[in-house]
Design a protein around this ligand. Structure first.
Ligand SMILES: [Fe+2]
Ligand SMILES: [Fe+2]
Length: 304
């Protein structure tokens, strides 16, 4: 059973990672909708602000409490995040709360931190607030997705990418439910690897599809990652529980490689050296998702 320090740390780390991911999904939706849908742009903006509010609170509570590994993994913020936000704000006019990013960049891990029962209760309530916000967010994304599918609205993202944002939201929500039931986060490792392999493969496809047609070399790299993760996804689905370590090692190696590619791409986009319609925060966002997956894999590999 998950309790005390472990429950507090796992909850705070999960919310810091996915809370930001969800707030950024709202930003991506905002900049992808035509002005005709200003009602939806405003709805996304409100949800984004709700996430920013609860994230501020989470950062305050998490300072000192979270593990050093979660800070060092660059899954919460990367050295590119602040620049990416500034550029996206400048180019689109969308509002991004950068004080939150600055606060996240200053997060520390304190080995003498006191994990009290009252903090545990507080975190349990905080998780419930994220659950409520997530239910609202998933409902919003699903409404958009249905209308997009029926061609009642138009968006400047792929329909399958909107579906990808829903899948990530559902994965986060399910993880929150499991945490509240005090179930160990290392359970069902194969299911997690199936989820993340799919996500990594889709990122490679989206990068491929959003690059300028002149970026032929990058096309090939992105395509090869899409193929690699498709192969690994199939293999992971066919893996027997007793062979988890073998596939986890393979997934770890592939994710390390795609993380390098995403890091270089984010830097290239920020420096205006890559021609694409990928916004810099989206590039950094997919890099953080790879960093998170790497940490999940690394943590499991300790048992292998
Ligand atoms: Fe995402
Ligand atoms: Fe993603």
């Amino acid at each position: 059973m998950l309790e005390g320090k472990e429950f507090i740390q796992k909850s705070l780390e999960l919310n810091l990672f996915f809370g930001r991911i969800m707030k950024e999904h709202m930003t991506f939706i905002q900049v992808s909708l035509p002005i005709k849908n200003s009602n939806y742009i405003l709805e996304a903006d409100e949800l984004k602000r709700s996430f920013e509010g609860v994230l501020f609170e989470t950062v305050e509570v998490a300072n000192g409490a979270i593990a050093k590994e979660s800070i060092d993994s660059n899954e919460l913020v990367t050295p590119f995040t602040l620049d990416a936000e500034r550029i996206l704000e400048d180019l689109t006019g969308v509002c991004i709360n950068k004080d939150l990013t600055l606060a996240e960049l200053q997060l520390v891990s304190d080995p003498d931190f006191k994990f009290t029962p009252s903090l545990e209760n507080y975190v349990f309530d905080l998780n419930n607030r994220y659950i409520n916000l997530m239910q609202e967010t998933i409902d919003f994304k699903e409404r958009l997705s249905t209308q997009f599918r029926d061609c009642d609205i138009f968006m400047f993202i792929y329909p399958s990418m909107l579906h990808h944002l829903i899948e990530e939201g559902q994965f986060y929500l399910n993880t929150l439910f499991r945490l509240q039931e005090r179930r160990k986060i290392t359970e069902d490792m194969l299911k997690k690897e199936i989820f993340w392999d799919e996500i990594m493969g889709e990122h490679a496809q989206y990068i491929r599809g959003l690059l300028d047609p002149s970026e032929k070399k990058l096309f090939q790299v992105a395509d090869s990652f899409a193929e690699l993760f498709e192969k690994l996804l199939k293999e992971t689905k066919e893996t027997d529980k007793k062979d988890i370590c073998k596939i986890t090692k393979k997934n770890f190696q592939a994710t390390k490689e795609i993380k390098e590619f995403k890091g270089d791409s984010t830097e290239g986009i920020i420096q205006c050296k890559i021609k694409s319609i990928i916004n810099p925060l989206l590039a950094d966002h997919t890099l953080r998702e790879a960093n998170r997956y790497l940490r999940v894999l690394r943590e499991y590999l300790k048992k292998c």
